[in-house]
Design a protein around this ligand. Sequence first.
Ligand code: ME8
Length: 625
Amino acid sequence: MNKTFFISTAIDYPSGPPHLGHCYEKICADAIARWHRLDKKVHFSTGLDEHGLKIQRSAEKEKKSPEQFVEEIGKLFLQMCKGYNISYDDFIRTTEKRHEKAVNHILKSMHKKGDIYKGNYEGMYCVECENYYTEKDLVNGNCPVHNKPVEVIKEESYFFRMSKYQDKLIEYIKKNKFVLPEKKKNEILNRLKEPLKDLSITRTSFSWGIPFPLDPKHIIYVWGDALVNYLTTIGYPDNKYKKFWPANIHLIGSDIVWHHAVVWPTMLMSAGIKPPKTVFVHGFINAEGGVKMSKSLGNVIDPLEIIKYYPLDSIRYFLLREIPFGEDGSFSEVKLVERHNQELANDLGNLLRRTTVLIEKNLGGKIPQKGKDELCKKLNLKKISDHMEKLELHNALSELWKFINESNKYVNDKEPWNVKDKKKLGDILYNLVEALRLTAIMLKPFMPGTSEEIAKQLGIKDFEKQSLKDMRYGKYKYSSLGKTKVLFEKIEVIQKKAKMEEERMTEEHGKELYMEDKISFSEFQKIDLRVGKITKIQPHPKADKLYILMVDLGEGEHDVQLVAGIRQHYKEEELLGKQIVVVRNLQPAVLRGVESEGMLLAAEFKGKIVLISPEKEIETGAKIR
Ligand code: ME8
């Protein structure tokens, strides 16, 4: 195995717990890494992007140091990787010393090239995406990605002469399969029709980052720090990094293409390092019904939660098979259960079960001798490999399932239960065992646990060593079956999670009696009521009954804006710091030109208005039940 392959995921912001989008990216990268491990030496990196203002502010809100904050949230990301069988070779954190060394080294190389100069930055910044914006980029004055107000920054800064590399970059993008899928490449080339601006790469107004080596009162811009992780993980600046560089694939989501397709390769060009071979942009995972996951809608899917309800490999299989790789998709429990029951329990599970039961019953568990290949020749390995090369993971799986279904058809056609001739029966069963072994090798990237379980039941020793070279009929010498059992139990209840939730509610709140004019408890539960703390008050410029309030709901990154008609009942100083009750999941509304992201609760009697507050101080964001 002299060939090498390096794949990375983005490194996640540990500003809150991981969501299914983070998990999806890692599962896809894991499948690709495991595929290439079948015939190459692979380095697969993932990790955490721990610096920057977004993290600093999230920590402040929790009254924790950034170090303590990232340590705690970081554990959840590690737990997710373990739970989903993510076979990373390195989990890199940008607060590590080795990373600081790599960042300093590359920035010094860029400086030596004359590509870093001091200036003043004046412009807008969105902390949520840690990104600079110009007036032209904004949508209704807000960040185009998060639809939230941007901050105006004016500070001394060092700049990277990114503009110098515009032509070279365009040529590189045009000549290579650098940005994939094709439509993302075209989007970037379109944006590059405008002159490229130099990039502000240092900040002075906060401290949570790596000091800029040439002027330590500056902190390196979080992206200038984060992108370098791809070199740190393979040993840069030590020469050994060249074993895995240029990276084969940086796998990322669609909101960070610019950083990877423009900022990163130009930084590398400046430092005299080759750009990566491919930046592959996967799609976004939405919640049930295609709705974007968001904290305010309360529909963020927690990977550590769903794994309590569904088998790990069923979730992996569903995500890899259901969503065409490179396109957006939705998580749906109904579809997951359908695929689990049909493709995993019926197609694959029954194939194994039928085969092993027939061997146990007729041959006392002893696997017969090799006969004539009537089945394995139907497995189109070339097609699966081509799909994997083209990163069509969903098509690779669907091709494999064609073979699994061919194998089921073979059982039905041959009717081994009616075959009396021992030699003939042995030939059929051997062919099925071989078909299952080849299937298990092909499943290694996608469903590693299931693949091992099949091999165990077939009594295959050293299965971890089997790879593409073993994808030949008759290559393995069997003895007897291992312990056999059902591979996938069917999930009888669709939306198992919803069902379990219903059971929990009945347990806690009793069984409901139906009355026409009443709402059910679950209907009531849809209203997300939270305790919030008023952090800022402004009179509405166009309405003298209204205040514009900023309210901290304990969501870490930002306060929500409410417009409330209480100006004639409360003075500003009575409100500041007060805890109130907020309806968090109300559709946003615009009141006299100002957006309100929720509603506060108040009692009203004959024109008198009194705010509803918790009886005692409690953590902001506490749920009202
Ligand atoms: O962007 N579906 O971190 P991040 C699929 N620290 N993928 C999603 C997703 C969703 N709903 N939401 C986010 C950062 N992602 C930076 C990266 S790399 C040098 C620095 C993807 O935690 C997102 O596109 O916001 C990105 O690839 C990854 O999750 C981490 O996002």
